[in-house]
Design a protein around this ligand. Structure first.
Ligand SMILES: Cc1ncc(COP(=O)(O)O)c(C=O)c1O
Length: 423
């Protein structure tokens, strides 16, 4: 038998596969796991309780449970929930949307796969691309293009501070001139907050990108998996929720308690939503009903956003603060920079004196059970083998949502090994 080009591309080794494998695979006997890799969110008791109550109500309400499990929803998603989403965002933010502007997918990972391939690849004799205007970006996008070489990117600018922190900034001139010289760009995409760095593009940066998208008649895909108004894992105050007809806004219920139930929510103009619904029909027949059923009432009553701002955000904020103080304590005296922790469940540390690549450093850390994600995977969209950014093989992504004691042990080991492997 022989796999097709599509088959080979999607079934070969990818960073996201390694990451999901690392989550599931046991370490060798006798090695204690300190999991700082993966993208698994934490369990947050009050959020779980809210979903439990929704399940109990469903079970107690005649044959509602059986009705949910016995029917396919429409390819665009559960109709009642599409309406709830549209009504919520219209009322809350004045967005001019109806249920025709909303589609569901089985997780936002699938949504991004659909969108990237909707806008990239062979198109009337030329190859359309997706432009990532600020690299590093989410490892989970890197291999999602069905055709080869359809992703392009602009390396992030970097602003360092004296307190061992830094922040990525959009290289506006580079983005503008890239678009001016490349009419084959079919869409732009950013995650906000950004996985891996925890950067949050400012309102001003998003306005800039959205205006450019409008000028070039291409969509700006904004992956809001950690953003506002839910799960609201954002610690800055210059990042309002935004949508307009130039933007495809992708949201997820994964980081607000439901990673296993696979619920992605898209808000976009009607043609795009229709296309996503049609792809759903072909690729998945229908979307899962359970996420929408659990979240509908919570979203409608404002409870979901209350939980986000009053429970989820403070929970992660305190984890982030703890992580930062651990890093400051253990890396003291070394040459390190921590990206300002503005959102998401990760921190991103730059280790300029590392004398080996982070792929090799990752393997060293694994020997002591410290699971991290090496930075190389988050740089893609360039034909050059070595991505043209000084951070390319000198950064680690660390998930801070896990057990506090194991995180503390993990950070101590990473700092000790950094000293050992410094130039
Ligand atoms: C930036 C970003 N987008 C999308 C996803 C996919 O999430 P899900 O498919 O669970 O909605 C993740 C998961 O970690 C992520 O970090």
């Amino acid at each position: 038998m022989e796999f097709s080009d599509f088959g080979n591309k999607l079934s070969s080794h990818s960073g996201i596969l390694q990451l999901m494998d690392d989550i599931a695979k046991p370490l060798p006997d006798g090695v204690k796991a300190r999991p700082l890799g993966g993208g698994n969110p934490a369990r947050v008791g009050e959020v779980e309780k809210a979903y439990r109550q929704e399940v109990e109500k469903l079970l107690e309400d005649g044959d509602s449970f059986e009705n949910v499990i016995a029917h396919y929803d429409s390819p665009q998603g559960r109709v009642g929930f599409l309406r709830t989403v549209a009504e919520f965002f219209s009322a809350e933010y004045g967005w001019n949307i109806t249920e025709e502007n909303v589609a569901l997918t089985n997780g936002s990972q699938s949504a991004m796969f659909y969108l990237f391939n909707l806008f990239s690849g062979k198109t009337r004799g030329r190859t359309q691309t997706v432009l990532f205007p600020l690299m590093p970006e989410y490892i989970g996008y890197a291999d999602q293009g069905i055709e080869e070489d359809t992703f392009v990117s602009i390396p992030a600018l970097c602003e360092y501070s004296d307190d061992h922190t830094f922040k990525y900034k959009l290289d506006r001139n580079a983005v503008e001139s890239y678009l001016a010289g490349h009419p084959e760009v079919g869409a732009m995409a950013v995650s906000r907050p950004t996985n891996p760095s925890g950067n949050v593009l400012t309102d001003n940066e998003i306005d800039f990108l959205s205006d450019l998208a409008g000028r070039y008649s291409i969509p700006l895909i904004v992956d809001n998996a950690y953003g506002l108004p839910f799960p609201d894992i954002i610690f800055t105050d210059n990042a309002a929720p935004i949508w307009n007809e130039n933007i495809v806004l992708s949201m997820s219920l994964s980081k607000i308690g439901l990673p296993s139930i696979r619920t992605g929510i898209l808000i976009a103009k009607k043609e795009i939503i229709k296309a996503v619904g049609n792809i759903n029909a072909i690729a998945a027949l229908a979307t899962g009903s359970f996420g929408p059923v659990l979240a509908d009432n919570l979203l409608r009553t404002g409870e979901l956003t209350r939980l986000a701002s009053e429970v989820v955000r403070p929970f992660y904020r305190s984890k982030a603060e703890r992580m930062e103080s651990l890093i400051r304590k253990h890396f003291d005296g070394t040459d390190y920079y921590l990206h300002k922790i503005e959102g998401s469940i990760f921190c991103w540390i730059y280790l300029p004196s590392l004398r080996i690549s982070t792929l090799d450093f990752y393997a060293e850390l694994m020997k002591d059970g410290v699971v991290t994600v090496p930075g190389e995977y988050f740089f893609f969209g360039s034909k050059e083998k070595r991505y043209p950014h000084e951070h390319f093989d000198k950064c680690l992504r660390l998930n801070y949502s896990g057990d506090d004691d194991l995180i503390a042990e993990g950070i101590a080991i990473i700092a000790e090994k950094y000293r050992q492997f410094s130039v």
